[in-house]
Ligand binder design. Structure first.
Ligand SMILES: [Zn+2]
Ligand SMILES: [Zn+2]
Length: 346
């Protein structure tokens, strides 16, 4: 159909094929494939991908730790690109506009969660780069209602990490309430952005890294945190809240032990190893443990407005699209300071 009705070039001037890095099954490296360029359906836009962040969630996907992924699937859910074409019924954002595509790709709009501003909990929601194809490709499709305009102060590669690390980090940060002393466990893409927001808002920030990881500690100090140490260390003062970005269940009792009475421990990842049993006294004193799931479009609007007013120093390392496996390996090894970003448009 598509292949037979065209002769190498579509009438909108965009090539009919694209390069993509494809997850063809758990435990296998991503495969570079040439695929038909996707066609935007009703309500969708086609996006020419300029940059796509590499997220720990992509590692969980590749490792088969997330239930019921689309197979095969193109990963990637921190997408920055320009609108290349509209599907039927779409008038905005305009062709040529720069947009960001986040993890939340679609929600039902009708269930009890959607009706109460909690579309992040919608049981029928679909997620970018997981249940629908994402941004490890030259082109991606997105529902036009779920993409965001992006603040002008960030170029494409520096804007990409805002869309997952930034957004979901912000949702976790919001759950810390008015905590004055904030602990961040795992100092990667999300924590380095949350730390800057918290510092700009006058809070005290403690960064916890893998024990012995001097590079991560030095990076945290460079970002400006007040204290950086191993996750097995005691911070100089009890935390009012702790955000856990590392997928390590043992950090939950460690963070509870470092948190003051009444404080919250917020688990921000989509997957975590099992949480070991711990004495009730760590939870006693009205401490709480909760998780953060996904994001709402409202989180996106709020955080991107904040990112427009606080000039965040987004630390990135860039990789060509075809080098996605190397980028994932560096993330797995804890070797990335800040965020890794693929550049399909380069
Ligand atoms: Zn992510
Ligand atoms: Zn719903």
């Amino acid at each position: 159909m598509l292949l037979r009705s065209t002769f190498g070039q579509r009438n909108d001037g965009v090539g009919m094929t694209m390069q993509a890095m494809v997850c063809e099954g758990p435990g296998r490296p991503l495969a570079l494939r040439t695929l038909p360029r996707p066609e935007p359906g009703a309500g969708q836009v086609l996006i020419a991908v300029r940059a796509c962040g590499v997220c720990r969630t992509d590692l969980h996907l590749v490792d088969g730790e997330l239930p019921d992924p689309k197979v095969p699937v193109i990963p990637g859910h921190d997408i920055v690109g320009t609108v290349a074409a509209h599907g039927p019924g779409v008038s905005a954002p305009a062709v040529g506009a720069r947009v960001g595509v986040p993890w939340l790709g679609w929600s039902c709009g009708r269930c009890g969660y959607c009706a109460t501003g909690r579309e992040n909990l919608c049981a029928d929601a679909r997620y970018t780069g997981y249940q629908q194809d994402g941004g490890y490709a030259e082109y991606a499709i997105a529902d036009a209602r779920y993409v965001f305009p992006l603040p002008g102060g960030y170029d494409d590669v520096h804007a990409a990490p805002l869309l997952c690390a930034g957004l979901i980090g912000y949702r976790a940060y919001a759950m810390a309430g008015d905590a004055r002393t904030l602990g961040l466990y795992g100092f990667g893409a999300a924590a380095h952005l949350v730390a800057q927001v918290a510092l700009a808002q006058g809070r005290t920030v403690c960064a916890f890294t893998r024990p012995g990881d001097r590079d991560a500690r030095a990076f945290a100090k460079e970002v400006g945190v007040h204290w950086a140490g191993g996750s097995d260390e005691t911070p100089p003062a009890p935390l009012d809240a702790a955000l856990i970005f590392a997928p390590v269940g043992a950090l939950v009792p460690a963070a509870l032990a470092a948190t003051a009475r009444g404080g919250a421990v917020v688990c921000a990842g989509i997957h975590m190893s099992d949480i070991p049993a711990f004495p009730y006294r760590l939870l006693w004193g009205e401490r709480s443990v909760r998780s953060v799931a996904n994001l709402t479009r409202r989180d996106g609007t709020e955080f991107l407005a904040l990112a427009a007013t606080i000039p965040l120093a987004v630390h990135v390392e860039t990789h060509a699209l075809a080098r996605a496996n190397e980028a994932l390996a560096r993330l797995r090894a804890g070797a990335v300071a800040g965020a890794a970003v693929l550049t399909p448009g380069a």
